[in-house]
Ligand binder design. Structure first.
Ligand code: PSU
Ligand code: MN
Length: 333
């Protein structure tokens, strides 16, 4: 029987669905080889580039994050849906389109299939990126701030939380965004069974600011320690993520009262403008950027870079553990 020619994305779907083999996301040969060898790789989300930061800051964010992962000795991989195709390491003209932000939609977990079937450009949030990490076998992921429980809009809770509960990955961030209800977000993470580990801190960082006063149940101070915790987590068969929270670098952090004043004003503006749903987070971030005179942007760029670097170090530590174990495995006599 003859089949009509199909577009590449549809052919991939055909093989995945009808033949029953899992869909292979697109990636460069370098990444493919590194993943096969279980080398050090760090996933980066694309929504922070296409929705979270405005040009030219989004380009600076991309450059600094990619360089930081490489400086740690790992390979960076910016995930996205590019013209309907799930991609693990967006680059070249594809990446440029996302930095220009023209017609790039925000893609959370629920939006992935739609973006694929419609051949759209989709920038993945933490939730969307986690789904692609699971598909591609990426274990370490760096971002700025995760989504969480919102303050005022009733029932608005980011899908990031539930995806963190069911996707195995080490996620390095600076906490949840300051626009959220942080105590409620921490409670939800506890309920969902997601370990939240402070890196060099005993309290939850406040994203733009270093401190929130919210105590964490765990702290580590070295990348190797995180790799060991991750191994134990996986050995237990835990299904979800390990959330690592690192305060923004002191040199660029914004005092908590400055952030809070800007946040309150941003929330009032959002209510007045009737902003709803997926548009809420990008709207609030843009408002705070304006109201802090760019200080929030400097903090955002610095923490993205620091998180990418730490994630790179963790990925390298994990790859080293894998190698040790392979060498130490008892051979059948
Ligand atoms: N934090 C930022 N910038 C961002 C985001 C978080 O500093 O752009 C994005 C992330 O992609 C996060 C998403 O996963 O916002 C959460 O959106 P929502 O609340 O609609 O789930
Ligand atoms: Mn929401």
């Amino acid at each position: 029987m003859r089949h009509a020619p199909v577009a590449p994305v549809h052919a991939a779907l055909y093989y995945a669905d009808v033949i029953g083999s899992p869909l292979q996301p697109r990636c460069t040969p370098t990444l493919q080889v590194t993943l096969r060898r279980r080398g050090a790789v760090v996933a980066l989300e694309s929504s922070v580039l296409a929705q979270g930061l405005l040009p030219p800051h989004n380009r600076e964010a991309a450059e600094r994050m990619l360089a930081a992962v490489r400086a740690a000795g790992a390979l960076p991989a910016v995930t996205a849906i590019a013209r309907g195709v799930p991609v693990l390491d967006l680059e070249g003209e594809d990446l440029e389109r996302f930095l220009r932000r023209d017609g790039v939609r925000k893609v959370s977990a629920r939006d992935l299939a739609l973006a694929m079937a419609q051949g759209a450009d989709g920038a993945t949030t933490v939730a969307g990126t986690l789904a692609l990490c699971a598909l591609g076998g990426l274990e370490v992921f760096a971002t700025g701030g995760i989504g969480g429980v919102h303050r005022d809009a009733p029932f608005d809770e980011s899908a990031d939380l539930v995806e963190l509960a069911r996707t195995p990955a080490i996620v390095v961030c600076a906490g949840a965004k300051s626009i959220l209800d942080l105590p409620a977000t921490l409670e939800r993470l506890e309920t969902l069974g997601v370990p939240v580990v402070g890196y060099g801190t005993d309290e939850l960082p406040g994203f733009f600011s270093r401190s929130t006063g919210l105590r964490l149940s765990a702290r580590v101070d070295a990348p190797g320690e995180l790799a060991a915790v991750w191994r134990a987590h996986r050995a237990l068969g835990r299904p979800g993520a390990l959330l690592v929270v690192q305060p923004p670098p002191a040199s660029d952090a914004v005092p908590v009262d400055v952030v809070e004043t800007a946040t309150q004003a941003a929330l009032r503006a959002a209510t007045a403008a009737g902003v709803r749903g997926a548009a809420v987070t990008p709207f609030l971030l843009a408002e705070i950027q304006q109201r802090t005179d760019g200080r929030s942007v400097r903090a955002n760029l610095a923490l993205l870079e620091a998180n990418a670097h730490l994630a790179g170090q963790v990925a390298v530590a994990l790859a080293a553990l894998d190698t040790q174990d392979t060498l130490a495995a008892p051979s059948s006599a």
